[in-house]
Design a protein around this ligand. Structure first.
Ligand SMILES: CCCCCCCCCCCCCCCCCCCCCCCC(=O)SCCNC(=O)CCNC(=O)[C@H](O)C(C)(C)COP(=O)(O)OP(=O)(O)OC[C@H]1O[C@@H](n2cnc3c(N)ncnc32)[C@H](O)[C@@H]1OP(=O)(O)O
Ligand code: FAD
Length: 673
């Protein structure tokens, strides 16, 4: 019997949708920032997803490495042609880029990643944030219209995290008013930049600046890599360039390597909004050396929404599949149940739905804070930069880690079929887990936050004023333990108390080690497990608190029925966080055994309350099938038919007798007859 799609929605999914107690369209409006934004999102999606030129004729899974790249570049060009047209009509602006470059619409039209993404995510923002007005005039127009394509070349084969240790040199020659770029060692070769391999003809290169025989640390330079007409690497052998080879995921991103042999660039190509080199080689310092790190902060901030997007896709797939999949009766006398009725399955899936909401709210918070602080920086006010750096580092680390764990958990929640590429969960995992490493490896970002927390603790000890994100430390100094209070505000206080005590202990252990004669750096390294954990605890308390505060007036903005379900998810997030940190809560918050049992009961009650709304809730994320790209997660729930249709696409299934039979198996199987 030929397998066809039925054209009907799976009856179990139909029933789920009938059970939903709130209006899904209202949820979509709330989640996407209001009616206007939702309508724009849908228009944009229709424009891209219905374009015949942007359909996937062959799944990329069956393509070679080279084909994936060529196909990706072709699609990227089509995508940006459409974006250009929208710009010309005055539609969309930055929202279009946010959508098309990230894990929602972007991943729907280009599953293996976009080889031109770093052009918009880092090349342009670096020129904007670190170039002078003249440099912006010179470069931004051509870059914005994509007449040149750039990347951000910072990481080297030998150094990614410790960027002060980068080895590429840019030595100023006052005679010609040029910088000479060199890669003195194999470890100094640039390694990793997205699109560097074959897709960019310019790069922001981060290199050690030498002038008048002195090193002034790392600075950004605009360097041409390829001829604009022929695309040949410039000046014969002086630039060595290529791509680094296959990776776990992001297979279409064309990450590259790059080496310099006496490559000369004009003085004006050093980005000089902050530090400067004058004609005679005189170096003028920036108001703060960390301003060079600004682009990294920008990307850490935008990654948060990207993680919410990827997780929302994974959890939509797993929730719908869990409603369609029937396996094992609960009562042996009755039929097999939908797997979503197994409570352990609810525990795998629903907390991940909650995380999407929390991450989305956090993305709004951090984006607003980023915009406030950067507008202050433009006026020369640097006071709030350390706070933004501290909170963005731990949020990037915790949220990428949770999203990555979440996608993997959801893949497993789909059993064997989750392991199929046709589920789109393996590819989603590849995209998300990369974010745990890029833009600052997560452990070192937690340690950056911890560095700030140590300073904040010492300020709290002497009664100095504290910024809002660490204000709770002041109360914790007065009160080291608490009486357990199970309300949400009580949970927030308890999580803050855990964080504050972990910060205190890490601080005391660093200080004790210093008293034993260790240097500050060695004492810090010896205490770094506790330091990283204190930053993690700080971030988790922050996530619950900010979600609670950002939804304080929920009842006045949405219907009671939607507010009720949203509150259930926020409460589930808070309770699940407590259950994960139960040992810490016992240590520091006055939680008792009775309190734990109450939390367990509450967790189970919340799963039961959420159960009838789960499918409706993920429908409210409003993710079109073409973006989900999943046989398991499509709106109609025709899982088995779709899995079959996908399997039929395998090149091996195009011929009933495989070539390998005549070639290898037959001679082998008959050789011992
Ligand atoms: C016109 C333009 C429009 C464009 C529109 C387009 C919009 C696009 C939006 C699209 C959204 C789409 C979704 C996103 C999709 C994502 C796509 C994927 C792209 C992949 C990109 C990946 C790219 C990369 O990975 S680039 C390389 C990144 N590398 C790193 O992150 C390196 C990590 N290392 C470091 O950051 C540092 O080395 C560090 C911090 C670990 C240590 O540095 P250092 O040794 O100098 O510091 P310390 O001694 O520890 O500290 C000194 C001092 O500085 C403070 N500090 C450190 N960093 C910062 C900072 N960034 N900001 C502020 N302050 C900082 C630190 O706290 C210390 O302060 P003290 O006061 O002394 O304590
Ligand atoms: C998919 C992808 C895309 C990328 N795109 C770009 C790009 O466009 N441009 C670019 O310039 N780079 C890019 N990168 C590089 C990326 O930014 C680095 O890989 C990242 O910053 C981590 O650095 P590393 O690889 O040197 O790791 P390492 O620093 O070598 O980390 C190895 C281990 O050492 C630990 N470690 C290192 N230092 C410390 C410390 N101080 N304290 C405690 N532990 C420490 C880490 O925690 C980790 O466990 C990309 C990477 C990936 C995976």
């Amino acid at each position: 019997m030929p397998i066809k799609l039925k054209g009907e929605v799976n009856p179990d999914l139909n029933n789920e949708r009938k059970k939903c107690s709130f209006n899904v369209e209202e949820m979509a409006r709330w989640y996407h920032g209001g009616e206007k934004k939702l309508a724009e999102k849908r228009q944009r999606e229709t424009l891209f997803l219905d374009d015949p030129d942007l359909q996937d004729d062959i799944p990329t899974s069956y393509m070679s490495h080279k084909e994936i790249y060529e196909y990706g570049v072709g699609k990227a060009c089509k995508i940006f042609t459409k974006i250009r047209a929208l710009q010309e009509e005055g539609k969309g602006g930055v929202d279009n880029f946010m959508a098309i470059l990230g894990g929602m619409l972007g991943s729907g039209v280009l599953k293996e990643g976009n080889p031109m993404a770093v052009h918009f995510v880092m090349f342009l923002p670096t020129i904007l944030g670190q170039g002078t007005t003249e440099q912006q005039v010179e470069w931004l127009g051509r870059a914005w219209s994509m007449n040149i394509l750039g990347t951000y070349a910072q990481t080297e084969l030998g150094h990614g995290t410790f960027i002060r240790g980068l080895e590429t040199t840019a030595t100023y020659d006052p005679k010609t008013e040029e910088f000479i770029l060199n890669s003195p060692t194999i470890t100094s070769y640039k390694w990793w930049p997205g699109g560097l391999g074959h897709t960019s003809n310019y790069a922001i290169v981060v290199a050690q600046l030498y002038t008048k025989g002195q090193c002034h640390g790392i600075h950004p330079f605009i360097v041409q890599l390829r001829d604009e007409e022929t695309w040949a690497p410039i000046k014969g052998k002086s630039v060595e360039i290529g791509e680094i080879g296959p990776k776990l995921g992001m297979k279409g991103v064309n990450n590259g390597f790059l080496g310099f042999d006496n490559v000369r660039i004009p003085r004006k190509n050093m980005l000089m909004k902050n530090a400067k080199v004058l004609e005679d080689g005189t170096y003028i310092k920036a108001p703060s050396s960390v301003l060079t790190y600004g682009t990294m902060m920008f990307v850490r901030v935008v990654i948060i929404r990207d993680m919410a997007n990827y997780l929302s896709k994974a959890v939509t797939i797993a929730t719908r599949y869990s409603a369609v999949r029937r396996q094992s009766p609960i009562d042996p006398a009755k039929p097999e149940v939908q797997v979503i009725d197994h409570v352990t399955q609810q525990y795998k899936v629903f907390p991940n739905i909650a995380k999407v909401i929390i991450f989305q709210l956090t993305a709004d918070y951090i984006w607003n804070l980023y915009n406030q602080v950067t507008s202050e920086l433009d006026k020369g006010q640097l006071e709030r930069l350390p706070e933004l750096h501290a909170i963005s580092c731990c949020l990037k680390a915790v949220i990428t880690q949770d999203a990555s764990n979440g996608v993997e958990q959801l893949r497993m929640a789909c059993g064997g079929h989750g392991y199929m590429e046709a589920s789109n969960l393996p590819n989603t995992y590849g995209m998300v887990t990369a974010a745990c490493t890029y833009e600052g490896e997560n452990t070192i970002l937690l340690l950056q936050t911890a560095r700030y927390l140590m300073k904040s603790w010492s300020q709290a000890l002497v009664g100095d004023a504290l910024v809002p994100t660490v204000e709770y430390l002041r109360d914790a100094i007065k009160k080291r333990s608490n009486k357990w209070d199970p309300s949400i505000t009580g949970i927030i206080k308890a999580l803050q108390l855990v964080a504050a005590n972990k910060i205190r202990l890490a601080y005391e252990h660093v200080e004790n080690r210093k008293k034993l004669g260790y240097s500050h750096e060695d004492a810090t390294n010896l205490s770094s497990i506790e330091l990283a954990q204190s930053a993690d605890a700080h971030c988790r308390a922050f996530l619950v608190q900010s979600a609670y505060e950002m939804t304080r007036d929920l009842e006045s903005t949405v219907s009671t029925s939607l507010a009720t379900v949203l509150r259930q998810f926020i409460e589930l997030y808070a309770v699940e966080t407590c259950m994960k940190y139960i040992g810490d809560l016992f240590r520091f918050s006055g939680l008792t055994e009775d309190g734990v049992q109450e939390l367990q009961q509450r967790l189970e009650d919340l799963l039961t309350k959420i159960r009838p709304n789960a499918v409706g809730f993920v429908d409210g994320f409003d993710i079109p099938d073409k973006i989900l790209s999943s046989a398991l997660g499509a709106y109609d729930g025709n899982v088995y038919e779709r899995l079959f249709l996908e399997a039929k696409k395998s090149p091996l299934n195009q011929d009933p007798i495989p070539k390998a039979f005549e070639l290898h198996m037959k001679p082998f199987m008959r050789s011992n007859l």
